[in-house]
Every structure is written in C-alpha cells, then in structure tokens.
Design a protein around this ligand. Sequence first.
Ligand code: SF4
Length: 323
Amino acid sequence: MEIIEIKNLRLGFNCACGFCEAIHNISFSLRKGELHALVGESGCGKTISAMSILRLLPKNAKITGGEIYYDGQNLLNLSEREMNKIRGAKIALIPQDPMTSLNPLYTIENQLLEVIKIHQGLEGHDAYQKAIEALELVQIPCPELRMKSYPHEFSGGMKQRAIIAMALACNAEVIIADEPTTALDVTIQAQIMNLLKEIKEKQGTSILLITHDLALVKENADRISVMYAGDIVESGNNSEFFACPKHPYTIALLNSLPNSGKGRLETISGQPPSIQQGISGCKFHPRCKECMEICVSAKPSETSVSRTHSAKCFLLNKKGVDF
Ligand code: SF4
C-alpha cells in the first residue's frame, strides 16, 4: 500500500534567463514499510523531487503541476499550518549534513524534548522517557548521559543517530534520507544503513533514500528509481533491477561500479545537461552509446518490462514513440 504517491510532478526555477523546468512530469510512490532509493548523478533532480514532498523548496522554485499524496491527502493543497503538523511528525528528513538539523546552541536533550513536546504533546517525565527510548532505539550508548551533550560533542555518525531518534520519537511514518551517509566513514555508513533497515523492519517506517551510491542501494533498497535530467528513466524491484537493468544509463552506471565484474571500469562520457539546456528527444542521447536516429527527435515513453519493472528507452519498444 502506498503511503506517498507523486503523480505527474512538474517543477522549475526562476533563473536569470527565465523559468526553467527541472522536473518533467515524474511519478513514483513509496509503499508502507519499504526502502525506495532515488538514484542519480548530482543535479539530476532527486533531492528537489524529495523536498517537494515536504514543500521545502528554494524561493525561486515553483511546482507547476502534479499531485503529491500522503496517506490519501494532496500535500500541495494543504495550508502552511497543516504542513507544519506533517513535517517532522509524520514525514521526517535526515539531511546529508546533520548540523543543518541540529542546533549547536542546545543539548541533544533540549532538542529531543522540544520535538516530542511539539509533535507528541508530551512533557515532563513522559517526554523524558520517550527521548531515552528513542536514543536506545538508535543504539546511542548511555542515553541518560549522552542527552546532556551538545551536538559538537557527537561524532558525525552519532549526530545522524540523534536525528533519526528525533524522527522516531515523533513516530514519523516516513523518513526522507538525503544522502545520509555521504559525510561519514565507510564503517559508520554501514552502521547507519543497518540502523535504517532495522527501523524499517521493526517499526514499519517507510524510507525514501536519496543517493548516488548504487552499491549502497544494492545492499539496502527494496525498490529503485533512476533519475536523469529531471526524469525517472528506470524503476524496478531490487532483484530484477540489478539482474536485468534495461536503460543504457542504468547499465552504464552499474558498469562504472568498482565491483561490476568488468576488468576495466567504464565511464559515461560527457556531463548531464543543465536545466537551461534544451535537449530534444531523449535527454540521455548525447551520452548514449546506443543512440539511434529516433532518439534525437522523439522522447521515449515508459515501457513495462514486467509488472514491477519499467524503463524509458526506444530500445525496449519502438512502438512507444511519442512525437
Ligand atoms: Fe539511448 Fe535512445 Fe534509449 Fe535514449 S532512447 S537511452 S538515446 S537508446
């Protein structure tokens, strides 16, 4: 069952040269209790797509179309006050840099008790107990003692754990994790990912993971959507996605992984286009080794490979031409 559903989302930015569309009519969902990874190179639109769920967008960004449903209600129709009740309490964000969420001037205890009071309405002993339980859930040792610490006294991994604890203390049903392990050592990365998986399994939390790291995705995600230049080009369940990728961009990304089994690592020539660049046809065509004549002028539509796997590429179904 879907807890988040994005339908035909369009979003753009007011730039010096005018309004530029950055997200082109994308649709995807997050099911209850699943970890769905949104994957792609920097600038492909994965973070802004996820942030549009929380309606936390830069001032010059504008959603121009589509719907974003959480538990059946279209978030784009809610007032700012109604959204504030959902942010943090129902849908929590784990950012790449935990210091953007933690206030350096307050102890972890202050900050945990504050969110518990706002989102759960608890105070005093009950709030304190809830805070301790949340810190225990994220495996922070000696929680009574560590609550007294300021964020700068925590390591990067501990700060991420404290943020996850805040989400759990509020009983958030959805966690949006935006490159949550990028700033951490490899061993700590694994610990945080294991923790997120444990929370998903034990608490039934749904997790939208934004990442460029396909190795991390292979280990942890139930479902994967690949973004390229503001569009979702391939989606599928973990097993079929990695066993049988269909889109040339996905295949190139997988072939560039160190453990891809290729003797020599492949690279993808060129750069992803900027949002100001108007590219006709398939947006990947200037970098695609399989590019055909049709790819330059026409956009491929979505083709189902199976009930749970689809991609946008003319190689899959030339009947899908959308002139
Ligand atoms: Fe490559 Fe054409 Fe497929 Fe685009 S549609 S990914 S250019 S083969």
